[in-house]
Design a protein around this ligand. Structure first.
Ligand SMILES: CC(C)(COP(=O)(O)OP(=O)(O)OC[C@H]1O[C@@H](n2cnc3c(N)ncnc32)[C@H](O)[C@@H]1OP(=O)(O)O)[C@@H](O)C(=O)NCCC(=O)NCCS
Length: 175
């Protein structure tokens, strides 16, 4: 599934990312370099999709669509084959301009276009800004409580810890 470039808010473009975007993406979001590299690798292998938002050619945000089986057993049990959106991020100087909403809307449109009827996401219970955004877009808590997830991408020989607590939200997608 590859997104086409579509203009969103005035001056904002959202398009599928490529490995060539990594240096600029990492420059804006250096704490997430390893995670972004992992997402780009999955994207290039057609296992998911990394979308980036640009203004005047400069990345100002991103979101990842996880289309593989979930890593967390609770998600595989209660939401089998439901894709996840994750790694939503908007640069500090561009927040509260609707870019986060646009990124989520675009992710949903791509998933809906690919035939998915539901989408899920995990968010830390203290992340009230993000939760407000998701609630405003019609996401609802899934009802099975919080789960522990791994923030770090899986890497051969590297131990991972599921220590990131998440609340799971779900939304039905209109086909
Ligand atoms: C969460 C995040 C992606 C929101 O991006 P954004 O582009 O600022 O969001 P939007 O402008 O589309 O906001 C949409 C709605 O979400 C809510 N919202 C977003 N940020 C908010 C804030 N700081 N305070 C209160 N409400 C907020 C509001 O309801 C807002 O609508 P409004 O501006 O009309 O009131 C951004 O703050 C971010 O990158 N945070 C750090 C990374 C992160 O937490 N990602 C989410 C991981 S689950």
């Amino acid at each position: 599934m590859q997104s086409e470039t579509v203009p969103a808010l005035d001056g904002l473009t959202i398009r599928a990312a490529g490995m060539g975007d990594l240096p600029v993406l990492a420059a804006r979001d250096i704490d997430r370099l390893g995670q972004l590299y992992d997402r780009l690798e999955r994207h290039e292998a057609d296992r998911g999709e990394l979308l980036i938002a640009l203004i005047a050619g400069r990345p100002v945000g991103h979101i990842y669509l996880w289309r593989e089986d979930a890593e967390e057993p609770e998600l595989r049990e209660h939401l089998p084959a439901v894709p996840l959106i994750m790694n939503l991020w908007v640069s500090d100087d561009h927040r509260r301009q609707g870019i986060g909403k646009e990124l989520v809307a675009r992710a949903e449109a791509d998933l809906s276009g690919a035939g998915h009827r539901e989408v899920a996401l995990g968010v830390h219970p203290d992340n009230t800004d993000a939760i407000k955004l998701y609630l405003s877009l019609g996401y609802e808590q899934w009802g099975y409580g919080q789960i522990a997830t791994c923030k770090e991408p899986a890497r051969a020989g590297k131990e991972r810890f599921a220590n990131d607590i998440c609340e799971i939200y779900v939304k039905r997608l209109n086909g």
